[in-house]
Design a protein around this ligand. Structure first.
Ligand code: COA
Length: 372
């Protein structure tokens, strides 16, 4: 019987990413995240995850042009989105919009390898537009056209906030996207691969992934972290507040991981970025509170921060609204999801595990008028 939650079960072979949980290391197609984070861009990572090699200059240029050309939403989605701004939460909006996007995808129901590559690039490019459009609509602000001169990260921030980020701001966000792009068989990627293994279409598989990322034990944790930081409010109050939560048997969001038994290597970079951006915006309170929380949780529970912990203060200082933290995670992770879906299609067998029955022994049906 496998461990509850399928712990330690190998569910698929993949060439896309690899984790060493004991040493706290993460690799994309063999490249260490510690080398990629300071040097690579999101566009380069998209190419790497989908082609299993780093691009040449010409290949990267071609991919950039493709992503820029795909930034606009189709008319159907543009009409649909205003109907969701009043009542729909951002992750539900994203799930519904991506599902709806399949209806007017220029490649229709073509499931060839080439069409699926085009659909993947379209989805990666448009996630940013969908999230920014939703936010502008709900804030009664003009929906902005994408700026083709900006990178994916900088354009995303521009369309969301209405301000073109300076180089350093844009770069910090770009590194966040690099760090969130893929992470082996996490719950949302697994959900995407299960859907793809039935030979369902790529939009359906990505929709399943969004639905799975939404929960607070997965992508929803970054939003929960920021809410806790805001609620606590100052460094002095951190120790008592965290201890009270632990005494009440509450989980502290942004800590612990199924695979990492030491520091999550993404947290190492996000901690630095949290300090850097705090200094840039002249408010290091969130960074300092995060450091204090980290100290207490390690002391009390022996748990390390995961990717969501320092991402929260970084996104906050970037001016991203708290309820968009998880959609922003999705806007990066869609690169990994689509790479995994295409990998699944390329060598598919239906994913259909067994279950261990623990119900009553097999018995005979009793007609309703004879039941006690
Ligand atoms: N705060 C407090 N205690 C925690 C904890 C946290 N964040 N994460 C795990 N624990 C404790 C559990 O309470 C449990 O203790 P117990 O054995 O005394 O009951 C033990 O550590 C094992 O936790 P469990 O939830 O079974 O581990 P898991 O491998 O199933 O869970 C996570 C991994 C990520 C779901 C879990 O650490 C968690 O819920 N973290 C908070 C949510 C989060 O940050 N998610 C983003 C992940 S990238």
């Amino acid at each position: 019987m496998p461990g509850k939650g399928l712990e330690d079960i190998i569910a698929a072979e993949t060439a896309i990413s690899d984790i060493d949980g004991k040493l706290g290391r993460l690799f994309y197609v063999g490249y260490d995240i510690h080398e990629l984070a300071p040097s690579s861009t999101f566009e380069e990572i998209v190419y790497l995850l989908h082609n299993l090699e780093l691009p040449s200059k010409a290949q990267l240029e071609e991919l950039n042009e493709r992503l820029i050309a795909e930034r606009e939403l189709d008319a159907f989605v543009e009409r649909l989105m205003p109907t969701m701004v009043e009542q729909t939460s951002p992750m539900s909006m994203l799930r519904t919009t991506v599902s709806a996007m399949s209806a007017y995808d220029p490649d229709g129901w073509d499931q060839s390898t080439e069409a699926n590559y085009r659909k993947a690039m379209r989805l990666i490019s448009r996630f940013a537009t969908v999230i920014a459009t939703f936010h502008r609509l709900r804030s009664n602000e003009q929906v902005l056209k994408a700026n083709p001169k900006l990178s994916h990260a900088a354009n995303f921030l521009y369309m969301l906030t209405g301000r073109e980020p300076d180089e350093e701001f844009g770069r910090i966000f770009d590194v966040c996207l690099v760090l969130h792009a893929d992470h082996t068989m996490n719950a949302s990627t697994f959900a995407a691969r299960v859907a793809a293994s039935t030979l369902s279409d790529i939009h359906s598989a990505v929709t399943a992934a969004i639905a799975t990322l939404k929960g607070p034990l997965h992508g929803g944790a970054n939003e929960a972290v920021m809410k806790i930081l805001l609620q606590i409010g100052s460094v002095e109050k951190v120790r008592d507040a965290v201890k009270a939560k632990l005494d009440a048997k509450e989980k502290i969001m942004g800590f612990g991981h199924r695979v990492y038994k030491t520091e999550d290597p993404r947290a190492t970079h996000l901690r630095k970025l949290s300090k850097q951006i705090g200094e840039m915006v002249g408010d290091t309170r969130w960074y300092e509170m995060s450091l204090a929380m980290e100290e207490v949780v390690l002391e009390e529970k022996g748990l390390y921060p995961n990717v969501d912990f320092y991402a929260a203060s970084v996104y906050y200082c970037l001016g991203i609204p708290v309820d968009l933290f998880t959609p922003v995670f999705a806007a990066s992770r869609v690169s990994g999801w689509t790479a995994h879906i295409r990998e699944q299609y390329a060598d598919n067998r239906l994913i259909r595990p067994e279950s261990a029955y623990v119900g009553p022994p097999h018995r005979s049906y009793v007609p309703i008028d004879q039941r006690g």
